[in-house]
Design a protein around this ligand. Structure first.
Ligand code: SF4
Length: 287
């Protein structure tokens, strides 16, 4: 079966970082993302490479003409979709057709999303012929509405993402990403809850002060809370608290902390499967 083969392949190995830990290929249909996450790696990259002129332009999603008519061949390994935007109600029809074209030659696809329930409902029906080739990965970094709304202002709240995951797990394989961690105090609870469904990837927020615009007092307070929550001490405490949850996988950002503290990538079978902090680590054919 597809996923059994994939798991073997994954365990055999890749000591890779970012989304490369999760997949061999990536695919994206849009430039920009209406979720507008404040820590977004893809936006920082788009600014750097002048694909957008101002940070606020990122929230307007523009279809990539070349991708719109792209014909996919069978690829070796897993393709992650999307990595530099998300699937939103406004882009759902286009994303559905794109996914069909990607899946049709037999490709395995990892769909990573801060899920809108309506999108998951629709895709589960539309992609039924290819369900064996699909894994869902739901990104949920906090529970509190205020925290999620600050960091990911255009994305659905906790309840909607959770309902989407509950629905999807009746249909295909499901896993989770707590990357970036948005509330260190909630991670153990989230990981234990998600572990009932499948693998749970956990990672830090990278390059916080470089990527997050700090303009107001609230920005400073929120950034400081992230920094205080991901000190080596806090991360090692988290590693210890979750050491008996075999579904947990530590992202490269946390494995680096573990290595510094003499706990190189092991514990919970941390044989590095991979994480979606704004799709970090991806500089591929789609950009
Ligand atoms: S982190 Fe992902 S979901 Fe958030 S704005 Fe960037 S691309 Fe969109």
């Amino acid at each position: 079966m597809y996923w059994r083969r994939m798991r073997t392949m994954t365990v055999e190995k890749r000591e890779k970082t970012g989304t490369r830990e999760w997949s061999e290929h990536s695919a994206n249909l849009f430039t920009g993302c209406s979720h507008g996450c404040r820590y977004c790696y893809a936006r920082a990259d788009a600014l750097r490479f002048k694909k957008i002129l101002r940070p606020e332009d990122w929230r307007t999603m523009k279809i990539r003409p070349k991708e719109q008519s792209r014909v996919f061949k069978r690829r070796k390994g897993v393709t992650m979709f999307p990595t530099t935007h998300d699937i939103t109600p406004e882009t759902l029809d286009a994303c559905t057709e794109y996914l069909k074209r990607l899946l049709a030659p037999g490709n395995r696809v990892l769909i990573v999303t801060k899920a809108h329930l309506v999108c998951v409902e629709h895709l589960c029906k539309a992609l039924e012929p290819w369900r064996e080739q699909i894994e869902w990965r739901f990104t949920i970094g906090a529970i509190r509405t205020a925290t999620l709304k600050y960091w990911e202002p255009g994305a659905p709240g906790f309840s909607e993402r959770w309902c989407a995951a509950v629905l999807a797990q009746t249909w295909a394989r499901v896993s989770f990403s707590i990357e970036p961690i948005l509330d260190i105090g909630a991670v153990v609870h989230l990981a234990e809850r998600f572990a009932d469904f499948g693998t749970v990837w956990i990672g830090k927020m990278n390059q916080v002060r470089r990527r997050v615009a700090i303009v107001t007092d609230e920005d400073e307070r929120r950034v400081r809370a992230i920094e205080e929550g991901q000190t080596d001490e806090m991360i090692m405490e988290l590693v210890r608290a979750l050491k008996d949850v075999p579904q947990v996988r530590w992202k490269d950002s946390i494995r680096a902390v573990m290595a510094r503290h003499g706990k190189a990538s092991h514990g919970n079978d941390q044989t590095h499967h991979g994480g979606h902090e704004g799709h970090e680590g991806r500089r591929d054919d789609e950009r």
